[in-house]
Design a protein. Structure first.
Length: 331
């Protein structure tokens, strides 16, 4: 058992370390929530609504405190964005990130989109990059968070938010890795050329880890892209190759691995060198399942795969996402 005093000294040392060259744009000092007891009524394995003001709007998010939460041990933090027209609660039921089977350690945040939608979708005016930044400030000041292990995932429009965060000069230095699922990556560029459209994107570093998932029978956000809501959706191969290029990787070559029946992972760049699982991922990865639709891939029934003409997948996206996050904390 590490005493609080020892921990405080450690936290101070860590905050000095993380204040050096990289310099995150966090408004709160790293580890400032460590050592704080949980608020009255909060305990491990529970969900809590939080309301904050952000961009002159009252905004809501749900915090999941994991079973193994320890006020003295910095936790990984995952932010999971729901799809368009959905809610934080629906994302909780979809992503399985709060299931004991997959996650005992990570705090998970479920932001609620204003009017159930997100920045990046044509016609939306909220600032959800700012909202995310405000959430991170709150959560880092309230809970014991490892500032090098803040991750993001999301479905559809929520995956689009992950892309916006990865493209943001500041947030890309605060969020370590990104796992967008069935993403809608709108670009305001008409006429639409899905295989060549250029994206406005200014990440603050050139080693952004991405693990994307997309179904070959996605009839909402097509794998091949095209016109939608008056804007242009890139083809998913073009979009992932653009990330490989931004990360300075060889776009013309990928490693392709069959990870399950009908599901192939395309990886760009040198394989990761993590000792537990060397070679498993690269910085930029796309898992393409030829059969599934606009779904969060899961081998068990979920809200997506039980619709007519949708199927359970031959693999679970959630443990793959968690494994990927383990490989890529902030450098
Ligand atoms: C949070 O608030 C929403 C809507 O206001 C409600 O539906 C949900 O049950 C609440 N969740 C918790 C954990 O209190
Ligand atoms: C939310 O929806 C209402 C009703 O359609 C609209 O008047 C309002 O402008 C929307 N707010 C935002 C921030 O998009
Ligand atoms: C693809 O999805 C559409 C719409 O959900 C459905 O009509 C069609 O049968 C699906 N195709 C296959 C091969 O599953
Ligand atoms: C990966 O490389 C193969 C073989 O060159 C190619 O057919 C495939 O389209 C590439 N995948 C992506 C996502 O670029
Ligand atoms: C793989 O794809 C084939 C052809 O589309 C389909 O018949 C089969 O059910 C799929 N298998 C799985 C496990 O999804």
């Amino acid at each position: 058992m590490v005493s609080t005093t020892v921990f405080r000294a450690l936290a101070r040392a860590l905050s000095i370390l993380s204040a050096t060259p990289q310099g995150y744009a966090a408004a709160v000092p790293p580890h400032s929530g460590c050592g704080k007891p949980l608020s009255y009524g909060q305990s491990p394995s529970s969900f809590h609504n939080v309301t904050i003001w952000s961009g002159n709007l009252e905004r809501r998010f749900v915090v999941f405190i994991p079973p193994a939460y320890d006020t003295l041990r910095p936790s990984q933090l995952i932010v999971s964005f729901h799809g368009g027209t959905k809610t934080a609660e629906e994302q909780i039921s979809l992503d399985s990130l709060t299931s004991d089977d997959f996650n005992a350690q990570s705090i998970v945040i479920y932001p609620q989109g204003y009017n159930n939608t997100w920045q990046g979708t044509p016609g939306r005016i909220t600032n959800d990059v700012l909202f995310t930044s405000d959430i991170l400030d709150y959560v880092e000041a309230t809970y014991c968070i490892d500032p090098k292990r803040i991750m993001s995932t999301g479905k559809s429009q929520g995956a689009g938010v992950c892309n916006l965060l990865a493209c943001d000069a500041t947030l890309s230095q605060r969020i370590a890795a990104y796992a967008p699922v069935s993403g809608a990556y709108y670009v305001d560029s008409i006429p639409c050329y899905p295989d060549t459209v250029a994206f406005p994107c200014s990440p603050g570093r050139s080693d952004i880890p991405i693990l994307a998932f997309h179904g070959g029978n996605d009839t909402v956000i097509s794998y091949n892209g095209g016109d939608r809501k008056g804007q242009c959706l890139p083809s998913i191969p073009h979009w992932i190759q653009a990330w490989a290029s931004r990360d300075g990787l060889d776009v013309s070559r990928n490693r392709s691995t069959l990870i399950a029946t009908n599901a192939t992972k395309y990886s760009f760049g040198p394989p990761s060198s993590r000792c537990e699982n060397p070679g498993k991922f690269s910085y930029v990865n796309l898992v393409y399942d030829s059969d599934i639709g606009h779904d969060w891939p899961s081998t068990t029934p979920n809200d997506d795969n039980q619709k007519p003409y949708h199927y359970v997948a031959s693999f679970n996206a959630t443990p793959i996402i968690l494994d990927f996050f383990k490989h890529y904390p902030l450098p």
